[in-house]
Design a protein around this ligand. Structure first.
Ligand code: N01
Length: 554
């Protein structure tokens, strides 16, 4: 049983969420000797890695990079097992960090916060839980995550289904074994792409209901620690950056890897080819794609510099993957259903293990619901326009109300009682994805308007948290009580975001980046598409200028 720090109601800082963002913010608050409390609706730390326990869940950023860098000791001590860590391994790491830095006594678990209101008179945030208990604080950090509010579409008859129902983003904690069962899964995004091959290994039959085919490239995941007998090597091969460094080599010069990563668009070190896909002969282009396909992982999209910016260049990579699908999937009709016809990398590129190969199995059926739409769910399965599919278990792999969903679930009110939900009714508005006009002393970590989901999330989280605590230091040193983004800085940032997103490949199709996966959600490009280095430069300019673009008052 955890011993909770002495129960009290007023804090210097309240943090909502105990994922990687909330945990690091708590660590910093403790270093700053602030009185602090974290509220977390789950019964443990880890955020997205606490909830997303579906079969096959793992990270598509290499583990040696998808990890905190604030502590050199932690970096050296922790031993990642696989190139791409499983959900279980990442959760274990989060647990380890919480224990190692004694974070848990400052976290109230199983505590759902439903409102956060700014009281203008007392200049404090009043934060309420589900039972009406109120906590107050001078500052508030929303560490609620970008992909933490699951989305289940409305489908006629859904409540009549009598079998087991799951959502990939809110998976039960006990092991679910589909052996001997028939299963239906709706959705073919990253979560489905990871889980389908694993479920197909167990299930008697798996029906995949696909609306839009997704691009995915093989992960080619491997264990970092090789079995000596297997390959005679004592060396532990690590990530795919340039030269296949060993874990020991990386750890000897971890700073160098981190430095390289921070210079990259996605805050991830990998070999980016600076050539244009259109300037090289076809043979060289194909060789580059082939090498990256064989090596595995998201660096595929770094094959050429212009894949994210030029449609013609993008089409060469898209066509390469389409041909790989046609070569892998034996039934040409099934293969054609799996071939996407839009730009690659527009929807987030998925990384898989045996995804396309799975459609060669006799116990897997792909149902193209674009051509044969779902009419309704009934007690024993799904009825489409043309067919009836019977199954025992139904899985929604239908994604998230991304970036704004978790924030807007909380009734957040700022000055003059303005509601965040109202302010964001036409799409999120913020300055740097960190602060919102009308919501003083409130910070959002990896909020809309920041690079967040386009980057190695842990690096972006650390950058945001460090920026916030530098800001708090500045306020303290200058006896400033209140910080709030100005209307102009917010407007300029939103305008800049939209302008740079327009020519980018990522706004060339419908996706959760635009909010287009949620009915009724305003379609506006949410993450900052200018890349991590440009974004950090802007943040640093602001802090060095004494927080230009913010109103500072007493
Ligand atoms: O969700 P998604 P996700 N009827 O939104 C379909 C991160 N992540 O959970 O494309 C039928 O991508 C929808 O179809 P369509 C990663 O950032 C990371 O898979 O809208 N289908 C789509 O196929 C990722 O991008 C990792 O036509 C419906 C699917 O559901 C993000 O999480 C692993 C439907 C939703 O796909 C979200 O991924 C997993 C309807 N009414 C996730 N509504 C790694 O690190 C939706 N769909 C590897």
């Amino acid at each position: 049983m955890l011993l909770m720090e002495k129960e009290k109601n007023f804090f210097d800082l309240i943090i909502i969420g105990a994922g990687f963002a909330g945990m690091y913010a708590l660590y910093k608050a403790k270093q700053h000797n602030l009185s602090v409390r974290v509220f977390e609706k789950a019964s443990g730390v880890g955020g997205t890695w606490y909830w997303n326990r579906y079969p096959g869940a793992r990270c598509d950023v290499e583990s040696m990079q998808y990890s905190y860098q604030f502590s050199k000791k932690l970096e050296q001590e922790w031993e990642w097992k696989e190139q791409y860590a499983t959900q279980a391994e990442i959760l274990k790491y989060a647990e380890h960090v919480a224990e190692r830095y004694n974070l848990k006594p400052s976290i109230k678990f199983n505590e759902t916060i439903i409102s956060a209101h700014f009281d203008e008179k007392s200049k404090i945030w009043k934060i309420n839980n589900r039972k009406g208990k109120e906590y107050t604080s001078k500052f508030c950090i929303m560490a609620t995550g970008c992909l933490s509010s699951t989305y289940t579409p409305f489908l006629k008859g859904a409540s009549s289904f009598e079998g087991e129902i799951y959502h990939t983003g809110n998976w039960p904690h006990q092991t679910i074994d589909f052996t001997g069962k028939t299963v239906g899964i709706i959705g073919t995004g990253s979560s489905a792409i990871q889980s389908i091959p694993v479920i197909a290994e167990q299930a008697e039959h798996l029906y995949v209901f696909q609306r839009t085919p997704h691009y995915t490239v093989p992960a080619r995941n491997r264990f970092l620690i090789y079995d000596k007998k297997q390959n005679g090597s004592k060396k532990r091969r690590a990530e795919g950056f340039d030269t296949d460094l060993t874990v020991e080599e990386i750890k000897t010069d971890y700073d160098n890897l981190r430095k390289k990563a921070k210079k990259m668009y996605a805050a991830m070190a990998f070999n980016l080819n600076k050539k244009s896909a259109l300037e090289v002969p076809e043979l060289e282009r194909k060789k580059e794609y082939e090498n990256r396909w064989n090596k595995g992982g998201v660096p595929f999209i770094g094959a050429f510099i212009d894949l994210n910016l030029n449609r013609e260049a993008n089409e060469t990579a898209a066509e390469f993957v389409r041909n790989k699908i046609r070569q892998t999937v034996k039934d040409p009709l099934v293969a054609e259903k799996l071939v996407p016809n839009y730009t690659i990398g527009c929807k987030r590129l998925a990384v898989d293990t045996n995804y396309y190969e799975t459609y060669n199995k006799a116990n897997v059926t792909l149902v193209d619901i674009k051509n044969d739409p779902i009419e309704k769910i009934f007690s024993r399965g799904i009825i489409t326009k043309k067919e009836k599919y019977l199954f025992d278990s139904l899985i929604y792999a239908t994604g998230f109300d991304a970036m704004t969903g978790a924030l807007l679930k909380i009734d957040i009110k700022g000055t003059q009682g303005i509601k965040l939900a109202k302010k964001w009714s036409k799409g999120p508005r913020s300055f740097l994805g960190l602060a919102i006009k009308g919501f003083p002393n409130l910070f959002t970590i990896t909020g809309p308007g920041s690079p967040s989901v386009f980057t190695n999330m842990i690096t972006s989280i650390e950058q945001h948290v460090d920026w916030i605590f530098d800001c708090l230091d500045y306020l303290k040193a200058h006896n400033i009580e209140i910080i709030e983004a100005t209307e102009k800085s917010e407007n300029d940032w939103v305008k800049h975001n939209q302008e740079i997103a327009k020519p980018h490949i990522r706004s060339s199709c419908s996706s959760w980046y635009m909010g287009s996966n949620i009915e009724g959600k305003p379609e506006i490009f949410m993450p900052y598409v200018g890349g991590f280095p440009a974004y950090v430069k802007k943040c640093e300019e602001i802090s060095k200028s004494g927080y230009k673009g913010f109103l500072l008052s007493n």
